[in-house]
Design a protein around this ligand. Sequence first.
Ligand SMILES: [Zn+2]
Ligand SMILES: [Zn+2]
Length: 424
Amino acid sequence: MSNYTLTVHGAGKEIGRSSFVLNAENENILMDYGVKFTPEETAYPVPITKKLDAAILSHAHFDHSGFVPHLYVDNPTHLFTTKPTLELSKMLWADSLKIAAQEGETPAYSKAHIAAAETNAVGMNYRKPVDITKNARLEFFDAGHILGSALSKISIKNKTFVYTGDFMLPPIRLHNGADVKSIGKVDYLMMESTYGNRMHPDREKVIHDFMAKIRETLDRGGHVVIAAFAIGRSQEILDILFEYGVDAPVFVDGMSRKATEIYHQFPQYNSKPKVVQRMLEQLNFVVHPGIRKQTLKQPSVIVTTAGMLEGGPVMFYLDKLHADERNSLLLTGYQVEGTKGRVLLETGKIELETGLVEPKMEIQRFDFSAHSGKDHLIKTIETLSPEHLVLIHGDEKISGTFTEELRGMGFHVSNPGVGDTVKL
Ligand SMILES: [Zn+2]
Ligand SMILES: [Zn+2]
């Protein structure tokens, strides 16, 4: 035991609004500052009342980065992150201001706060340790999740603390797998537990079934709508479509173009820079809403956001295509509890602008996860062999059951909720 503590400001027994404060040697280090969207509300982290000495951003996904500019409203500090994460985050922050303006909402921060985040950001590379406070040294390792994603190793005095953020242990199409083996011995491990309940199916089989569904849909004269997150998942899907080929035009709509450009800007952070370049050169990007209708003139494949059907251009396509059983909607990412995507899978119904509908189009989810499956999570714990494991970033039931299982295996595990403080 040390006198160090970890306070969960978000993403304890839930997914979304990741936000954690490590207190050690009278210093406070923030890890991630995200936002959680639910159909009812936007949930922010529990306010941080202590002065921060440093902030770390693990990766750009909005549930980790979305509230970062708000630090520059009332708790400014240096922001340690990778350069691609900063670029991707800036894209998402700017987009959130645009959406707030469209919906007539007051945003939680302004353009000036985004600029302040950029000014205070320190761009880090993997495996290059940096002193981030008087007592803490930070080293990033590739997390294999999306472009720029990092595992954070924080060394304070003689103790070592690791925060995984979101990570994928085995390689996926554009990333080489989390670099867990380079971290070394760890005292405290704070690990995501999104898939603490199950392993992923064989990736090759998923790709096979996915391509079969696309071909089947096109053969019967339908459109294929592929809902994918802009960052990471879209690029992976496009890589698959390139490799296997489809006999129809492929359109890409939403923020994926900008995200793909950022992938292109940082070729050393992904494993297929040439393929990324080909995407930008050869794909049909829907660059303004006027082009959108043209995508529906003949059977086509449309890769679009939002990945959990929480808005974005996918809503346009669902509105136009849901009533025709020849069409397909393919979901390619985790559907967080309460999102429209999850509700659709559970009830077969979705709320569109025109009202609640029961789509006739075929709906199927494919597991292209970029989160470690249960077997990878356990392997990570065994590799790092921490004296104390803290599970975060998991739905309540999943992280609870996983905690019990891991305790049964002899590990010292905490499963804190939002607002809880864990003694390390
Ligand atoms: Zn993520
Ligand atoms: Zn996440």
